[in-house]
Design a protein around this ligand. Sequence first.
Ligand SMILES: [Zn+2]
Length: 283
Amino acid sequence: MANTDHQFPFRFVPHHRAPEHPGDEPILFAFRGRELLVTEGLKLPSVGEIDAHGVEAVRRQYLGRLDGRHCYSAELPGDVQPSAGFKFANLHMLHATLDDMERALAGRAVQIVEWDRTHQYCGACAEKTVLSEIDRSRSCPRCKIPMYPRLSPAMIVSVERGDQILLARAANFPPGIKSVLAGFVEPGESAEDAVRREVFEETKILVQNVQYVASQAWPFPNNLMLGFRAEYAGGEIEVDGEEILEADWFSAKTMPHYFPGKVSIAQWLIHDFLKRNGVDLPD
Ligand SMILES: [Zn+2]
């Protein structure tokens, strides 16, 4: 399972308040919308390289320190064009060229930028909000409502019946691809409740023995994926044909196409199932 146990000391130490001086070699994650400014080789540019363009950020945020270097995020104007040698890339495109920590920080950065952009005014009274001194929030001086970066918890589950796994094809998947079931946790329910509800809603299958496996930050746009394994408890597969087009039980020998790679928790769960059922896969 690709769930890394980070060792002390932490390489990245988050903080909300910017230092007086950016120090040596600060790191800047600069976004146009949700696209990150990178080099043609899809690497992070240095701040010096970005500053050489003279592009003025709409807003800048402080993220914390990575290996002692101060890290910032920035929202660039929506119409900014990359200079020669640079491009804007969706974070999905950077799995091969950024390391795990850089990718995690880029995911953090895009969500902080988006939170700052969309919380400049109070949603209740339209007053201009102010940045908190004590934590990562903005608040309305009139209503005193604090506004934190939004995280949407979602569950994803490997439902298993003996040596078979339940895989489904959602309407938004590329042609031919099947995967494990997933869905958002709703207000008032636990993640385990969400597993039982979503599996039933999507396939009419009942599950038991819901066990937490691992989680993953998934900044598309702001999900925290909570991965589970659950056992079949009853029911026959029935799909709605709209959100879920088809679903079936598969063994390690009859696996359909699933999302390639081992980047997402869906892939970790499927690989974990395959390994426990005799398939030799690299870690
Ligand atoms: Zn207000």
